[in-house]
Design a protein around this ligand. Structure first.
Ligand code: AP5
Ligand code: MG
Length: 214
């Protein structure tokens, strides 16, 4: 079963690769960042709470995030696998995921880490535009839409994320190094971790597919 975690710093290309992989493997893309942004758009209590952390680049508290993922993973569409993007991001989240996954009989099989140099992350984040409707990521230079400012997939308007500015990015990179990077060791010790070079990843998707299998 393709129970996958996609890891990597902000801008590594998790969302970009996830969209391609789910099209191939027909498993749900579970991005906690996307779920929080959806809640913010809808103005729900979860959205209001999440916004107070996300917009400045801080992590949303573990109990909130774990509860959200627990509910999502128990849905029927995860029966044949799932692709987690941006979760877990702390050791307590990873430990909680182990318990949840065991409970529902859907244990993690692959942890894919996309490594990308810091200067490239800054370039990508500052030039990123995302679809207001479906969240698909583009880049003003690297990955342009067919029509300027319009999403290729759903025709939605392309906008900049509120946390895609240099100030918030500094906080996000710091959170990644201090809170998320220790997870690489955690999963390496479990024999689940595989690292891929995301720096020039126009050809990363075929490599990931070759690794995961047809
Ligand atoms: P989240 O939405 O997960 O953001 P992130 O981890 O900072 O990662 P990004 O979405 O910024 O980058 P990405 O790796 O997906 O890159 P992308 O494919 O878009 O989380 C946002 C916030 O939500 C967090 O800061 C936190 O507050 C909260 N949150 C979420 N999960 C949480 C959790 N578990 N616990 C607590 N809080 C949580 O690509 C980036 C750009 O580069 C795009 O413009 C793209 O077009 C371009 N690009 C991609 N690949 C390439 C390539 N190969 N070459 C050139 N350009 C490329
Ligand atoms: Mg993303």
């Amino acid at each position: 079963m393709l129970n996958i975690i996609l890891m990597g710093p902000p801008g590594a290309g998790k969302g970009t690769q996830a969209k391609k992989l789910i099209a191939k493997y027909n498993i749900p893309h579970i991005s906690t960042g996307d779920m929080f942004r959806e809640a913010i758009k809808e103005g729900t209590p979860l959205g209001k709470l999440a916004a107070s952390y996300i917009n400045d680049g801080h992590l949303v508290p573990d109990d909130v995030t774990i509860g959200l993922v627990k509910e999502r993973l128990s849905k029927d569409d995860c029966a044949n696998g799932y692709l987690l993007d941006g979760f877990p991001r702390t050791i307590p989240q990873a430990e909680a995921l182990e318990v949840i996954a065991k409970e529902i009989g859907r244990e993690v099989k692959y942890v894919i880490d996309i490594e990308t140099p810091k200067e490239e992350l800054v370039r990508r984040i500052c030039g990123r535009r995302v679809c207001k409707k479906c969240g698909a990521p583009y880049h003003i230079i690297n990955i342009k839409p067919k029509v300027d400012g319009i999403c290729d997939i759903c025709g939605g308007e392309l906008v900049q994320r509120p946390d895609d500015n240099e100030e918030a990015l500094t906080v996000r990179l710091d959170a990644y190094v201090k809170q998320t990077k220790p997870l690489l060791e955690f999963y390496k010790n479990k024999g689940l971790l595989t690292t891929f070079d995301g720096s020039n990843s126009s050809d990363l998707t075929p490599k990931l597919i070759a690794f995961l299998g047809e």
